[in-house]
Design a protein around this ligand. Structure first.
Ligand SMILES: CC(C)C(=O)C(=O)O
Length: 431
């Protein structure tokens, strides 16, 4: 067998001390990725898709968003303005005086909704402009011309008040991009020029139908949609935002594709809460963001505060949830525990303590083996130099196997149960 070269660990891509790098070779895509940022809709799509938040909860969520992305990584957060509670929450968020995430409104394209933005003294709002014929015909029973005339009338009024709008082209992945979307965007951009006020374009993949591959044609291909709009309108990349849903499990891939192909803003929610199968999880995109742009504008350690906040609010985070689930950096497999023991780099994509402030750990079952016992002893009791062949480790492990065999137990041992077993074989621990 002839093997070539030295061993390779690809440290430039997998630095371990920080998140894996997200590199692309194509120059245009690289430029696109240099401009990306996150935006948030936890208080809008998250609230509407999970449950109503109290004012206090809105503040806590905003504080966490500011902790994660207050250096610019999270550019904005959308808010409802419909109820007294919504409006009071907005006042409280504005009172923080933070530059990022900027508090922006979310309204339908009606004069009465626009008045809410004016009254709240917000200078930017998302404005819902459903764009597919499914919505125009079946929801509004209107023609394209009728629907667009109404949208443009309210958009013009907002712009004449100096309010920046994010035109939310709902159901973009079932829309006629060349026949309806692009002519409509061009009209919006003319109004933007007339009033010298920005119009941004939000692209909601409302039913999660989008596909992330450049070979997929309109209207399902996310790269195709973004490229078509950009090339025909010249709208700056910073003014294009993608808002995905996870109905087909592709939301993160679609958001990454959107970033790569020229939508600078990725609109997410904390833990992906949102309508039906939810939105794009902000914490996951924050890690990809760091892999692309580094950590100057994003505080990944703040992500570790997510479970406590949301579990207090009543959300049960599944233990296998990436990054912040209880099991995210916990191994139950003996082979993995053995690998971790030899070198944590074997079974960890990065050092979770350095990146997120979260330790890696083991859960003890008969399948986690003697190595897991050693890791447990090291983590919980500070035994840094004990071997998996140490007779005390063997005895603890045998007792664990017996316990599962005799009682038919299926759940891993808790730390306190483990401690009780360890005490029997490590007399010094009893004291
Ligand atoms: C309400 C709409 C705009 C939405 O969130 C979506 O289309 O995904």
């Amino acid at each position: 067998m002839e093997l070539n070269g030295d061993m390779k660990f690809f440290r430039d891509i997998y630095p371990f001390e920080s998140v894996p790098r997200f590199n692309v070779t194509d120059q245009e895509l690289r430029e696109n990725l240099s401009k990306i940022f996150l935006t948030d809709t936890t208080l809008r799509d998250g609230q509407q898709g999970w449950r109503v938040f109290t004012i206090d909860e809105c503040e806590k969520i905003y504080e966490l968003l500011a902790d994660i992305g207050g250096r610019g990584g999270i550019e904005s957060t959308e808010v409802f303005l419909y109820t007294e509670k919504d409006r009071e929450a907005v006042k409280r968020l504005l009172a923080y005086g933070y530059r990022y995430p900027k508090v922006i409104g979310w309204i339908r394209a009606t004069n009465s909704d626009l008045q809410l933005v004016i009254d709240a003294k917000l200078d930017e709002t998302v404005m819902l402009m459903s764009i597919s014929d499914y919505h125009i015909k079946y929801k509004f029973n209107a023609t394209r011309e009728e629907a667009f005339r109404k949208y443009l009338e309210v958009a013009e009024k907002a712009l004449s008040h100096g309010i920046t709008i994010r035109a939310s082209l709902e159901d973009i992945t079932r829309a006629d991009i060349f026949g309806a979307v692009i002519p409509f965007v061009k009209r919006l951009l003319e109004l933007s020029e007339k009033y010298r006020t920005p119009v941004k374009i939000k692209l909601p993949d409302t039913l999660g139908l989008g596909l992330p591959f450049p070979e997929v044609p309109l209207p399902r291909g996310i790269p195709a949609i973004i490229q078509a709009i950009r090339k025909t309108t010249n709208i700056p990349q910073e003014y294009i935002e993608f808002h995905g849903h996870n109905d087909f499990g592709l939301v993160v891939a679609n958001h990454l594709a959107a970033w790569m192909y020229g939508a600078a803003a990725g609109n997410c929610t904390l833990l992906g809460i949102g309508e039906r199968a939810g939105n794009c999880p902000l914490e996951i995109m924050a890690v990809h963001y760091a892999g692309i742009k580094g950590v100057n504008n994003i505080n990944l350690k703040a992500l570790s505060k997510l479970p406590e906040l949301f579990e207090k609010m009543g959300l049960k985070i599944i233990e296998h949830y990436p990054l912040v689930g209880r099991n995210a950096f916990r191994t139950k497999a003996g082979i993995h525990a053995d690998g971790l023991l030899k070198n944590p780099e074997v079974y960890l994509p990065f050092d979770p303590m350095k990146v997120l402030g979260l330790p890696y750990s083991v859960a003890i079952t008969p399948y986690s083996g003697r190595s897991a016992v050693v890791i447990w002893l090291r983590n919980y009791l500070g035994y840094n130099h004990i071997s998996k062949d140490d007779p005390r480790v063997v005895a603890v492990y045998n007792e664990i196997v017996d316990l599962f065999n005799k009682t038919g137990r299926v759940e891993p041992l808790s730390d306190s149960e483990m401690l009780e077993i360890v005490k029997k074989h490590f007399p010094e621990v009893r004291k």
